[in-house]
Design a protein around this ligand. Structure first.
Ligand code: NAD
Length: 352
């Protein structure tokens, strides 16, 4: 793991082993140039602690760029709770409480919210010991799940992507394939249907598939068939790493624009998409709705309307990235990274 840390350009890695639940807890803070390290807490089983740390570092870096590009004065961080295989759900409450106590001991180094594997209910447990928590349940004074707000940003990002590619943001009649009909995906599907899109969906959870079919009567695409399914917009809203050497050659769409974090298996896959003429909306930009909403409404006392107006601005940020990509002849993934690094770098220079 030393090499992983040595090769990283982040600021802090903090680690603690929870003996009772055999959970390795990592916090990675990539940059505090723009503000306090902030990001979700992910709970997952990994094959090795190294993989958990790698995930925390990569996701923390994404948070730095996300906050920089949406002009939210926060730094990039991420926590990963690497639970053992077969983790006993009965131990969850104790784990969250001890994680909260640890965060309090770290004196505000990191502020957090829900992520993959954690929920608003977990945040309420963490908040018993630590106040730097977002995404609390509504009955605990919080804004609840950020999924629908993230979906609003993705929807505006799809409009901006269509405008860039087709010359109009009008989505009426566009064929959109949503991979993953969870908290973000389902909310996005509703918005797309309202806008007149021809929507198909995919999910690996049979119960979820049945629920969506019953509620919305939408065409379903088998999970292994999504990449080669012809559509105007492919919207990944499930897991990361799905844009890779195996899937990119199969894609039968001109646009990839969805909520999932770390969609590119590696940064060079952004170049591979660009070479294939597929417009990619960088994930940490298009999925920033929740990251805008929770700190603004819960932390800074913004009204819901003001926060949503800001989320709609994700479309403009993407327009700027696409136009930079076109002008400089580089991929949107590269253009987004450059722009974010300029913003963080400028602030670092201010501070020094
Ligand atoms: P979720 O767990 O509510 O939903 C994910 C859905 O994807 C589930 O229904 C699951 O069954 C399905 N799924 C998993 N693997 C799949 C696969 N291979 N093919 C098809 N379906 C699959 O999660 P969510 O909160 O909707 O988040 C979705 C993605 O967006 C995640 O990558 C998350 O990190 C990212 N994201 C979420 C938010 C948010 O506000 N919730 C914010 C930013 C980014």
């Amino acid at each position: 793991m030393d090499k992983l840390i040595q090769d990283w350009d982040g600021e802090y890695v903090v680690c603690r082993f929870d003996h009772e639940t055999k959970t390795m807890m990592f916090i990675a803070i990539h940059s505090t140039a723009l503000g306090v390290g902030t990001g979700g807490t992910r709970l997952k089983t990994y094959s090795h602690p190294r993989e958990a740390l790698r995930d925390a570092m990569r996701l923390a870096e994404g948070m730095t760029y996300k906050f920089a590009l949406i002009d939210v004065p926060r730094g990039g961080g991420k926590a990963v709770l690497s639970v053992p295989d077969g983790f006993d759900p009965a131990r969850r409450e104790r784990l969250m409480l001890r994680f909260g106590r640890w965060l309090a001991d770290l004196n505000g180094l990191f502020e957090t919210g829900p992520d993959l594997g954690t929920s608003s209910a977990d945040m309420a447990l963490i908040a018993r010991h630590y106040s730097g928590v977002f995404g609390l349940p509504a009955d605990a004074g919080g804004a609840g799940s950020p999924g629908p707000e993230t979906a609003l940003g993705v929807f505006c990002g799809i409009q901006a992507s269509c405008e860039h590619h087709f010359g109009t943001p009008d989505l009426d009649g566009r064929r959109v394939l949503v991979q993953g009909a969870g908290s973000v995906g389902e909310s996005l599907i509703h918005r797309l249907l309202e806008a007149g899109c021809d929507v198909k969906f995919s999910d690996t959870d049979p119960e979820r598939v049945e629920e969506i079919r019953q509620k919305l009567d939408l065409p379903f695409v088998e999970p292994e068939a999504v990449y080669s399914e012809a559509c105007d917009v492919f919207s990944p809203c499930a897991t990361g790493g799905i844009l890779n050497a195996e899937t990119i050659p199969q894609l039968a769409c001109p646009i990839v624009a969805g909520a999932a974090n770390n969609q590119l298996d590696r940064l060079e896959h952004g170049e591979a998409l660009h070479k294939r003429g597929i417009l990619y909306a960088p994930d940490y930009v298009i999925n920033a709705g929740g990251a805008i909403f929770l700190p603004a409404v819960e932390g800074s006392g913004w009204s819901v309307d003001k926060a949503r107006e800001r989320i709609r601005g994700i479309g403009d940020t993407l327009r700027e990235i696409f136009s930079r990509s076109k002008q400089m002849g580089i991929s949107p993934a590269r253009a987004a990274e450059q722009l974010a690094k300029e913003k963080v770098g400028a602030r670092r220079n201010d501070v020094n």
